[in-house]
Design a protein. Sequence first.
Length: 367
Amino acid sequence: MGYCLMRITRYQTKVVRVPVASGPVDLLGPDPALFFVLLTLETDTGLNGISYAGFTNHLLVPALNSLVASLAEQTTGRDPVDTESVTADLSALAGSGAPAGLVTRAVAAIDVAMWDLKGKQCELPVYKLLGGFQDRVPTYYSGKLWRPYTLDELADTASELVRQGHQAMKFRMGAETTVAKEIERMKVMREAVGPDIDLMLDINQGWDVNRSITVGRKLADFNLYWLEDPIDHQDHAGLAQIADVLDTPVTAGEYHYGLAPLRYMLEHRSADILMVDLLRVGGITQWMKAAHLAEAFNIPVVSHLAPEYLAHCVAASPNGLTVEWMPWAFPLFKEPPKINQGMLELSQLPGFGLEFDNESIDRMEIK
């Protein structure tokens, strides 16, 4: 049976405020919440593709919603299978404004919705359309263990995550006034989880090169899985220096928009592991290009946020290492993915296997 042409006929966007039960107070404020633009692309076949742009605040979400709606309108009459053509045309409409900022996030949301439609049209999960390298992927928990936690909160929360079956988890440092206090946080974490749990440490660009090397060397005894974003993401030379000196792998890349800076990082060995953000890179299409580019440099790739979508990309990539288990967007969906003992088994439903939870969304929608 040949391919049946499909056309996008209309779109719908909604803006929602999603409360975050446990979040980085230093980033989200005392009443933590994230704002999303939800997108639905409808077609003449009756199939719908869903996605979102978001992880933003109340100041930026109106502009993001306007961009998503304006660009989605330009897809009317287009075949969503043509992701390369459609996203290239949308980016071109922005001229010198892409790839960067909200434009790239808006294009990414449209790209993801089109991949959802591709899978539904072909009656295949997206990870199989992307190559289907594996159908199970490891995850690491990333939704707690924030920088403002006291040492007791850190230990109690980490221990509870181990009891829940998580085999790996990420915590944050970078706010302590002395090296000794930083090391104490690391010691508390390792003692709380034991020797067999993989620990990832995220600095969120909080150190400089000297601090990264000084503390990083002292952290070697604690068997970190990786050290993430120790310094400003634009300091490629500094990241390369840190990666060269430390035994602990350096992970970076999430802050970059588009492919060009990721290619530069790889060429200059600024990271041992490449972390790629779904919305900043430009969607599923561009995420997979970044993964293949990293593969050519023999560099593993990991996801940033959006596990309900990016698990498919990691599963389709031979160099896919692990999926960030960040549940912030899960309230948007009826049946978000689940994990067992840290492993995520990919849904065999068409597309991403997701459906918006309209009752929940109605309560969170900003009208």
